[in-house]
Design a protein around this ligand. Sequence first.
Ligand code: SAH
Length: 234
Amino acid sequence: MTLLALAGGFWGCGGRGSADDEQRWVELRETMVRTQIAARGVRDPNVLAAMRTVPRHLFVPEDVRPQAYADHPLPIGDGQTISQPYIVGLMSELLAVKPGDSVLEIGTGSGYQAAVLAAMGCQVYTIEIREALARSAADRLAALGYTSVQVRAGDGYAGWPEAAPFAGIIVTAAPERIPQPLVDQLAPGGRLVIPVGSFYQQLKVLTKEAGGLSQRDVIPVRFVPMTGEIEKQP
Ligand code: SAH
């Protein structure tokens, strides 16, 4: 009797248990991509493949981990949030980048969006204004082996001039106006994907074309506000 109980305990907590857990996360990810992202029209195979691999549950605090693959944003501490999976997929597709491209992200947060872009084969530069979040995202990305991501703590308003120009720039906090330095750091043909507004925000895509800048509105969104220098601009 005792032996059986011991054996039961061993099987429950041993390597088999964690392999089963891993399989469960893989299935949750697959379902997320199919029902929340592909079903809503995201087609870029590189985006869908990347989102099937990045372990979103390791980018959220342990107490919300069971909801990591659910169809909504989640708190990541410091009053900030990790975006809803669909928004990550949509914004990644709107960037229209390919493997090898350099991408700048403003608003690292948990590092999840940066990891998705890295899994798409991009060189990722990401800036986070909250020092503690920047540090934990950098540690997490390194621990998970995302070596093509560089994290900087600071205000993303001025972009990352030493690494410019970028094929794509993605902003995951909402300013009321578009920061000009980010437009300046786009490569020819490059795209800026950015939520703009205060309470009501529009997700916009700006494309740097030979004749100037084209702009279109995609969908209404809700992001945390972009803070720092942009708030002081008239
Ligand atoms: N992309 C993130 C979620 C972003 S939440 C993820 O995948 O988890 C928005 C983040 O933008 C917050 O962490 C906030 O601190 C940061 N932020 C706000 N204003 C900023 C600025 N001026 N420069 C850099 N980061 C900023």
